[in-house]
Structure formats: C-alpha cells, structure tokens
Write a protein that binds this ligand. Structure first.
Ligand code: HEC
Ligand code: HEC
Length: 206
C-alpha cells in the first residue's frame, strides 16, 4: 500500500492522467518524496491530522488534506478514495520512520524592501531560465512555474511567502542557498505575476 502511495507521490501526472492537469508530481515541491528539509517535508503530517483547517473552516482529516493538494497544487479533479487511501498509507509510513519529527512549514522572514518583479525578472533570467524556460513551462525533467500546466491560484505555492521560502531553500536546484532572502522574494513576485489556472471553488466541498 505505501509503495503504491509513493509511486503516486513521485509520478503523479503519469499515474493519474485523467485527474491531474498539472505537469507536477508531489515530489517536485515536497522534494525527495517528502523527506527534504526546507521543502515542506511530511514526516510529522500523519500525526497532525485530523486538524483544524482555516481554509475549510473546520476540522479535516489526512485524506481531505491530501485531496486539497490534489485540487490546488496539482490542479486536479478530486481523486477517488483508493488514491487517498494509498497516499495516506505512504504518509503514515513516513511518520513511522521519524516519529519524533516536528512539522516544518515553509517559512521565511519578510523582505527588507517591497518585492519587485522587475528585479525578479533579472534574477529569473540569470538563475531560473536555464531550467524552467523563458515561458515558465519547464522542460523534460523540470516542472512548470506558470501557464496552463502548473499549480492553480488556490495552491499554497501561489502565495508569495510560501514560494519565496521554497525558492530560498531549494532553488536554483543546481546551486541551492545562493539567493539572498530579498532575491527570493523578488523572483517569487516575478513568477507569480504570470497567468496560472484558476482554482475551481466547486472542489472546495468537504
Ligand atoms: C538546475 C535546474 C533548475 C534551476 C536553475 C531552477 N530550478 Fe526550480 N526546479 C527544478 C527542478 C528539477 C524542480 C523539481 C524538484 C524535484 O523534483 O526534486 C524544481 C522545482 C521548482 C519549484 C516547485 C515546483 C513548481 O514547478 O512550481 C519552484 C517554485 C521552482 N523550482 C522555482 C525556481 C526558481 C524561482 C528558480 C530560479 C531562482 C529555479 N527554480 C531554478 C530545477 C531548477
Ligand atoms: C506546487 C507545490 C506542491 C505540490 C505539487 C504539492 N504540494 Fe503539498 N503542499 C505544498 C505547500 C506549499 C504546502 C504547505 C507547506 C507549509 O506548511 O508551509 C503543502 C502541504 C501539504 C500537506 C500538509 C502538510 C502538513 O503537515 O500540514 C500535505 C499532506 C500535502 N501537502 C500533500 C501533498 C500531496 C499528497 C501532493 C501530491 C498529490 C502534494 N502535496 C503536492 C505544495 C505542494
């Protein structure tokens, strides 16, 4: 069960082509199958739910939290119950590996000056373009950042603070840790100034 969940985690669009519209696997954000520090690792998650969700305005379970990342971060249609069951099994297995791990949310201090998408465009050309492309569409082994094939505007990553934190810790993938905090905020402002799919609010039913 957890092996199947991990397969879904690592090759999400390929495994679920009729549901997932983004060309993004869970592991593209929760790097190294949800184990990478600084990339929203998921060791503590299975023990955290059920938990109150501000988005939902009520207590939600682990399966509902997984569904949220599908309909927002994967820009997917809601996936069927057996998919959620095997993903939840994978997250429980991760938790069992590191039972004392604490939740590690994507966090970054605020920018020193207001983020600028103009400065961000220059950083993008220097540090992102070579992999994610001039049109933000990514490539063979690189996921897209904007356009029709990426996460929608209801996703956590569509918030500047989450993207800036993710980029500061993990990008550029070949030289992580080389951008300043301000540069991370600037390039996030640039990336998020482009078009992306709209979240379908009908999928916010729990
Ligand atoms: C050397 C290639 C490379 C460079 C350069 C690079 N990335 Fe990435 N990026 C990747 C790969 C590969 C992933 C997926 C990570 C994984 O699966 O382990 C990724 C994932 C991402 C993600 C999360 C997934 C998504 O598509 O939204 C964001 C956001 C991101 N990169 C932003 C940036 C930004 C901003 C820059 C420039 C500062 C940058 N990247 C530079 C290769 C690169
Ligand atoms: C575009 C990037 C992205 C993709 C793709 C993505 N997620 Fe997430 N996910 C996030 C962000 C951002 C958060 C919030 C992290 C934080 O707490 O700061 C999150 C949070 C979560 C949480 C809650 C963790 C906790 O402990 O509160 C779960 C569970 C989760 N994701 C599962 C998944 C699964 C399963 C997939 C694939 C179906 C997936 N995610 C795909 C970005 C992504």
């Amino acid at each position: 069960m957890e092996a199947q969940g991990r397969q879904l985690f690592d090759s999400t669009p390929r495994e679920l082509p009729t549901f997932v519209r983004a060309r993004l696997s869970c592991t593209n954000c929760h790097i190294n199958s949800g184990t990478q520090a600084g990339a929203a690792p998921l060791f503590a998650t299975a023990a955290r739910f059920p938990a109150f969700s501000k988005r939902a305005g009520k207590i939600i379970g682990l399966r509902e939290r997984i569904q949220e990342c599908f309909v927002r971060s994967e820009n997917a249609r809601p996936v069927p119950s057996p998919v959620l069951t095997s993903m939840a099994a994978y997250l429980r297995w991760l938790h069992a590996k590191r039972p004392n791990a604490k939740r590690q949310a994507l966090k970054i201090k605020g920018p020193q000056r207001p983020p600028s998408r103009i400065r961000g465009a220059v950083i993008y050309a220097d540090d992102c373009w070579r992999c994610h492309g001039g049109d933000g569409g990514g490539g063979l082994k690189v996921p897209p950042l904007w356009g029709p094939q990426t996460f929608n505007d209801g996703a956590g990553m569509s918030h500047a603070n989450k993207m800036a934190a993710f980029v500061h810790h993990n990008m550029p993938a070949d030289r992580p840790g080389t951008l300043s905090r301000q540069q991370a905020w600037d390039v996030a402002a640039y990336v998020l100034s482009h078009q992306r799919p709209q979240f379908n609010k009908a999928y916010a039913r729990y």
